[in-house]
Design a protein around this ligand. Sequence first.
Ligand SMILES: Cc1cc2nc3c(=O)[nH]c(=O)nc-3n(C[C@H](O)[C@H](O)[C@H](O)COP(=O)(O)O)c2cc1C
Ligand SMILES: Nc1ncnc2c1ncn2[C@@H]1O[C@H](COP(=O)(O)OP(=O)(O)OP(=O)(O)O)[C@@H](O)[C@H]1O
Length: 303
Amino acid sequence: MSNIRRVIALGFFDGVHKGHGALLSAVTRRAKELDAAACAFTFDRSPTAAITGQVVPLLSSVEDRVWLMRSCYGIQEVIVSSFDGMMRMDWQDFITEYLVKQLNVVHVVAGHDFHFGYMGKGNPQRLKETCEKLGVGCDIIGKVEQEGITISSTYIRTLVAQGEMERAVDFLGHPHVLTNRVTHGKKIGSSSLGFPTVNLRIPSPVIVPAFGVYATRVVVDGESHMAVTNVGVRPTVSDNDGRVTVEGFILDFSGDLYGKELRMEFYRYLRGERKFPSLQALAEEIGRNAQQTRDFFAAHPQM
Ligand SMILES: Cc1cc2nc3c(=O)[nH]c(=O)nc-3n(C[C@H](O)[C@H](O)[C@H](O)COP(=O)(O)O)c2cc1C
Ligand SMILES: Nc1ncnc2c1ncn2[C@@H]1O[C@H](COP(=O)(O)OP(=O)(O)OP(=O)(O)O)[C@@H](O)[C@H]1O
């Protein structure tokens, strides 16, 4: 780590929602005032998953988390730390040895319920008092609510898992995103259906949105296109192997995207995934869903 002066937001930041946004905006503001680098600290894996041993499906991969913090809030450096390597560090050491000595922190920003250090014994009050003694600035951000609900990654995960995408977008402050490389499908899409699709895998432990069809955008080679996308196991296709795929038909586009990195943005749930009596019936429905997607983006030109 180079020894530049850093203003650092502390947390895990899964999904980078509006509550996190309050911290990250404070960081960019303070960094300007102090002529320091705007940074955020996160872990490589979910602390809750590591501690409880349970699978915690996350809204974002590490890469998407980093990208969201940079692109939505102008964070210049995201420090991705190994949770396993840090979980036994006590809270005082986290501040004095890690933040101050290693990262040269000049100001920290954390939320009202931020717990840190071995057994979670560090808390906002301890953070504030210790920073004061060390001459490090500290902002504790009060909780951000919407419709009387405290915005949290946990709450937004339930929205995505239930397909409530528009509400998820509302609480995130940006669309739910999935970035991955395009893989090969079974080629039925272009040959029998008349709808070529890009196929993405959802890497573990990233959350699987409710099975169904969504109005989405795909961003590839720096360009954004409307797409109608199915998430699920494709019960209509006889040889489906039970694997979950994300398949998007990109509107008004032709070209081979195999192997390219693509970002998919989810905006609206259109319908559930179904088993159709024939490929013909499925193709007719996809045609209707493509039109619904056009209508949605025509009605929401800012999206
Ligand atoms: C917008 C859209 C909606 C879809 N809806 C369903 C569905 O409800 N049920 C289903 O079995 N497959 C559905 N599919 C998946 C198709 O079965 C799949 O695209 C087709 O099998 C082609 O697969 P391939 O690209 O791997 O060749 C949908 C695909 C798209 C693009
Ligand atoms: N709604 C919110 N308002 C203000 N600060 C928040 C809010 N949500 C999270 N924070 C703060 O953002 C940082 C990162 O939080 P964390 O990653 O634990 O998110 P979370 O949404 O609370 O997650 P979870 O749902 O898993 O508890 C912490 O410092 C936390 O206190």
